[in-house]
Structure formats: C-alpha cells, structure tokens
Design a protein around this ligand. Sequence first.
Ligand SMILES: [Zn+2]
Ligand SMILES: [Zn+2]
Length: 136
Amino acid sequence: MTITGRCYCGTIKYEISAEPETAFQCHCRECQYITGGNPNIVMVFPKEAFSYTSAAASTFSRADLETPVTRHFCSNCGTGIGTESPARPHAMIVKVGTLDDPSTFEAKAAIFTCDMQPYHTLPEGVPSFDKRPPKK
Ligand SMILES: [Zn+2]
Ligand SMILES: [Zn+2]
C-alpha cells in the first residue's frame, strides 16, 4: 500500500511505501514551537520508504545544537512535513496532519511529558514517558 501526503499549499507532495513502525505524540517544548502549542502528532516510517513526488521539501537544522534534528518543511506555505532525528537515524518521522488521510493515526505512546502544558491531553490506555521510552 502507498500512503500519500502533502503540504497545505500543495507544492510539496510525498508518498510512503510502508506501514508506520510506530506512532506517538511528543509534548516536548521544541515541538510546541513547531505545532503552534499542541503536542506533535507523528508516525515513524523507514526512511527508504519515504520519497517526495514533487520537489523535495526545504530543510532546517539548528546550528547551535550538538545533535539537532533536521526539519522538513514547505518554503512556500511553511507547513512542517516531518523530521529526521539522530535518535532514529533510519526513520522519517512524518507529521500526521500532512497525510492525505490523517484519521489513521493511533498513538502508541506519549513522550516528553516533562514539558507537557496544562492544556495538553494524554491518549487513554497508552504508555507515556517523561522523556523517551527506554531503548529495547
Ligand atoms: Zn506548501
Ligand atoms: Zn517533540
């Protein structure tokens, strides 16, 4: 099956040829900037299954951090598409809001609840972690 998605203006389009490896919501302070305040709702895919079917998105990494994530975004409308993280080197972490069908999201975990705001809510019946889940 193929999962497809795009940015708000449609300049950036992508497809994914794999099922999500996992899905979670991240409450970290950094994600709050990117989402506008709410937790970041993401699905994790193998990097090789993700490809742009338009021009590739623009990318941004903070130069002042030792191991920054690389954020993919549309430079026309500003939509954040996803993130490559040193913590998951083989993954493309896709923002669920850019999927053509965002309804398929089911949280498997909530992470970085250390930064949770009083107006954030946790999904019922899934584990939550102060930071990242312990490595298996
Ligand atoms: Zn756009
Ligand atoms: Zn985060």
